[in-house]
Design a protein. Structure first.
Length: 197
């Protein structure tokens, strides 16, 4: 699969080069999630916060800014990508209240920069019927060193060792996530959080 993705990306880059605009184009490649690929005895894109699933690479090439092969450990979320692309395109992000992300420009210019000190993450609904009867919802916090995750759902699932876990989780079938949103986002507000991420 990766070979085919690489091949198709190469085709796009070749066309940009043939058109003579490769050196003027911003290129960004990412994904919505990674894959457990057997780590922790798990497969696929399960709703957990293992690094193998939430550690999604973002590869960017910005003419005149990024250096080939440069890497950063800066924290980011997908909402940061939208904000960063808009800022690079000349949008005044301070005058755009719906852009909740952080501009990653500092980390693009200097890989040692840290434009974001922490990220919040959540998945509030089962993405398919296959996990509807398992622990399918999670909210958490990560600052690059410590990670906190709280799982919600009706029970079931698999523990880190791969054992089936049919004990009920924090809430039952009729649990309303809304009852817990305020408490969670209040925590974010106290930390200076400026909207969901």
């Amino acid at each position: 699969m990766f070979a085919e993705l690489d091949w198709n990306l190469r085709r796009i880059l070749d066309v940009l080069d043939e058109l003579g605009i490769y050196d003027d184009i911003l290129i960004a490649c990412t994904s919505d999630h990674d894959d457990a690929c057997g780590s922790h005895g798990l497969r696929a894109k399960l709703p957990c916060v293992c690094e193998e699933v939430i550690g999604v690479p973002l590869i960017m090439r910005v003419p005149g800014m990024t250096q080939a092969g440069a890497e950063t450990n800066a924290l980011a979320t997908h909402v940061d990508l939208a904000t960063t692309l808009c800022a690079l395109g000349g949008v005044d992000i301070d005058d755009s209240p719906t852009l909740w992300g952080v501009d990653l420009f500092p980390a693009l210019a200097d890989p040692a920069a840290t434009p974001r000190n922490y990220v919040f993450f959540s998945q509030d609904a089962a993405q398919s019927d296959l996990v509807a009867n398992t622990r399918h919802a999670v909210r958490g916090f990560f600052d690059g060193e410590a990670k906190y995750a709280r799982y919600y759902g009706i029970g079931g699932g698999v523990d880190r060792a791969g054992n089936v876990d049919d004990r009920p989780k924090l809430f039952g079938d009729d649990a309303a996530f809304e009852d817990h949103d305020y408490e969670w986002y209040e925590l974010g507000d106290k930390a200076g959080h400026q909207g969901p991420s």
